[in-house]
Write a protein that binds this ligand. Structure first.
Ligand code: COA
Length: 226
């Protein structure tokens, strides 16, 4: 199962969040060579690892993190809006309460396929999609190497490029919007032979759409009282 780590329960996962920052440093800086993310403390953290970021983490029984992803609501500053808006030069940066950005999709090297994609990679991708659907998101935006366009299309997802590919750090990279709907969830589960939910919810979870609605109601209530 994938654990949902959000602003409500992050205190319970402090050790795993730390571990995952170090894994990200190993993967993205040391292996992939994304030098802009290098930090002397060996943790890969950027300005989008805020309290609003949600992490989906695959955690073994002994507490070891083996895979994960990050989701940032696009109503807040995010990678596409702040760093790579030029990748959305055709359709524009997609933002709104029903749009979320997906970044930092990883599986630790020792749990990858080794001659084909791993089941765990499929579980993390399916979990990301399941999360988005459950939260009321209608679109997920992402920045990825063009290689991933074919793979994500094979998951059965509807994907719309937002701009033209650009060469970034030696890799052709594109921004795209991925439609979130029930068909997309069924399709990715079919591809990976996943027969049900892969997410583990915590008791205090409040879906993002309800949080936003609650905040709007508070604002409206406040305005009325003034
Ligand atoms: N470009 C070209 N080929 C790639 C690739 C890329 N960016 N990413 C993976 N592949 C290939 C692998 O070389 C492997 O080929 P093989 O079957 O011939 O050995 C195949 O795709 C399966 O890759 P694998 O990594 O084993 O798949 P997985 O489903 O287990 O894991 C990831 C997928 C993305 C989770 C994992 O590759 C990973 O953690 N990568 C590092 C982080 C990353 O780049 N994330 C994506 C951008 S955020």
């Amino acid at each position: 199962m994938l654990h949902i780590v959000d602003h409500v329960n992050r205190d319970l996962y402090r050790a795993q969040i730390e571990q995952h920052f170090r894994i990200r440093h190993d993967i993205y800086v040391k292996t992939r060579g994304w030098k802009a993310l290098e930090r002397s403390d060996g943790r890969e953290i950027d300005e989008f690892d805020t309290i609003e970021a949600v992490y989906l983490l695959a955690i073994e029984d002994d507490g070891r993190v083996i895979g994960g992803s990050r989701l940032v609501p696009t109503v807040y500053p995010h990678l596409l809006s702040e760093v790579f808006p030029h990748l959305a030069s055709v359709a524009g940066v997609q933002r709104g309460p029903d749009i979320v950005e997906w970044t930092r999709y990883f599986v630790v090297p020792e749990r990858r396929g080794g001659g084909g994609a791993s089941d765990l990679g499929g579980i993390v991708a399916a979990g990301v999609y399941e999360y988005c659907l459950n939260e009321g998101y209608r679109t997920m935006t992402a920045i990825f190497e063009t290689y991933w366009l074919t793979r994500l299309l094979e998951y059965g997802w509807r994907i719309q490029p937002l701009g033209l590919p650009e060469l970034i750090d030696g890799n052709w990279t594109i921004a795209a919007a991925i439609a979130i709907d029930r068909d997309g969830l069924d399709a990715v589960r079919d591809v990976w032979s996943i027969h049900g939910p892969v997410l583990q919810y915590h008791d205090r979870h409040v879906p993002f759409a309800r949080q936003i609605a609650g905040n709007l109601a508070k604002v409206a209530g406040g305005a009325g009282a003034a």
